[in-house]
Design a protein around this ligand. Structure first.
Ligand code: 5AD
Ligand code: SF4
Length: 416
């Protein structure tokens, strides 16, 4: 979501005559888009801002941290301007005003959602994010998003479709629909499954439709079936687990039980052929005992994820869980995280092996950074693979998986 916001802001600035430079040293103005989901992201953004101020740049802090901390951030980051997620509509005016008066200030007004009327695609770009929903009403007790992004709001389906059509006319072949809780998408007429079908039926050049993220408590059979029947919707579901213990899930306010989650994940595997399932997991939520943690490992064994983002719980100011007693010590969090990563990796390796000697169509993303002379691409179930040779980003190639390096399958072009 931040990546998309940064891109929209970049386009807005360029359309207003600002010039983008590749070398940060040559820039007069530095805009930093911040995330406040975990403490580390906050610290990095503040450190970078101070560093840029030491180099005499004009610094603007944007994003969730800006929205959440306002004036306080202005002080700690030494930035010149702090502009919250809901004030981007006024961004240009604020920048011009600063140029005249040099008054440092924090602006966190609610001016609504920032959206460009015309999306422009960069040279060579083939994949784009598209917002379908803003904010979140779920209030998971660990999460700062409902406070920084505001109430949940679904964009009009026709506006979304128009934006996607603008993108495909400029060469985009893959889109990723973004929302905090896409399954509760509803614009008064279309629900999430209707929206997926609308996009599928009304696009010509878009070959792949992805989305992130659903919430396990709201994912419907209708959506699962729509994906199973589609030739464009990528067979990948990111299904955030967060924790496996029912006691912890309740304290997190997640709205599902371990049993419901496992049943849903296995149903998805049953109905959507070759689906890959990835997840987010937090270890060390307040009060998490060794038994609770074992329940998380048990879900991993049942679902066998194709990938996972795993985090130590990070207390966020203003969220209920940050005030819960029984905070888990850092050493225990670290140990649980390592144990969890090992367990998740075992199943990733097992699942990757199932790809051996099978044919896949891959969308090339670019040259591999790690493997010289190889390209990286994604299968229709969103698994990254490498293939020998340098192919143009955005092209589709078919091949057979003949080997695996770490977690990465190696594809050989069919017919070779
Ligand atoms: N501490 C650790 N991880 C968190 N996440 C969200 N809030 C926190 C927190 N306070 C994780 C969740 C979420 C992902 C985007 O970040 O797993 O799904
Ligand atoms: Fe945060 Fe929960 Fe909303 Fe996800 S669903 S953004 S974890 S409050």
């Amino acid at each position: 979501m931040n990546e998309l916001d940064s891109e929209l802001i970049r386009q807005k600035l360029i359309s207003e005559g600002f010039i983008e430079v590749q070398d940060e040293k040559k820039a007069e103005l530095i805009l930093i888009n911040t995330c406040s989901v975990r403490k580390k992201a906050e610290e990095k953004a503040i450190h970078f801002s101070r560093q840029m101020k030491n180099n005499n740049k004009t610094v603007v802090m944007l994003g969730c941290l800006a929205q959440h901390k306002g004036e306080e951030l202005l002080k700690v980051s030494k930035a010149d301007l702090v502009i919250g997620t809901r004030s981007y509509e006024k961004l240009i005016d604020i920048l011009l005003d600063f140029e005249r008066k040099s008054t440092k200030r924090a602006i966190c007004e609610d001016l609504g959602i920032f959206q460009l009327k015309n999306r422009k695609v960069r040279e060579g770009e083939f994949s784009s994010f598209v917002n379908i929903q803003h904010g979140c009403d779920n209030f998971c007790t660990f999460c700062v998003v409902p406070y920084t992004r505001g109430r949940e709001f679904s964009r009009n389906a026709m506006d979304i479709l128009n934006e996607i059509k603008q993108l495909e006319e400029q060469g985009i072949v893959e889109i990723t629909l973004l929302g905090q809780n896409v399954d509760s998408y509803f614009d008064g007429k279309y629900d999430f499954s209707d929206l997926l079908k609308l996009i599928e039926d009304n696009t010509n050049y878009i070959k792949r439709i992805k989305f992130t993220s659903p919430n396990p408590r709201d994912m419907t059979m209708k959506v699962i079936k729509t994906i199973a029947q589609s030739e464009k919707i990528v067979r990948w579901i990111h299904l955030p687990l967060q924790a496996g213990s029912n006691r912890i899930l309740r304290k997190m306010n997640r709205g599902y039980t371990k049993e419901e989650y496992i049943y849903q994940a296995l149903t998805i595997r049953d109905i959507i052929k070759d689906v890959s399932i990835t997840t987010d997991i937090i270890v060390g939520f307040p009060g998490e005992s060794e038994e609770d943690f074992k329940e998380t490992l048990d879900v991993v064994r049942n679902v066998k994820y194709d990938g996972a983002y795993m985090f130590k719980y990070s207390p966020r100011e203003g969220t209920p869980a940050s005030l819960f007693k029984e905070q888990v010590d850092n050493e225990t969090k670290g140990r649980r995280l390592r144990e969890l990563i090992d367990e998740v990796n075992k199943y990733i390796v097992e699942r990757r092996k199932l790809m051996l000697n099978r044919e896949f169509e891959v969308l090339i993303e670019g040259p591999s950074k790690k493997d010289f002379g190889y390209s990286v691409g994604k299968t229709f179930n969103n698994i990254s693979v490498i293939v020998k040779g340098l192919y143009k980003p955005g092209t589709f190639i078919k091949g057979i998986v003949r080997g695996i390096k770490g977690h990465t399958p190696i594809l050989e072009i069919s017919g070779n």
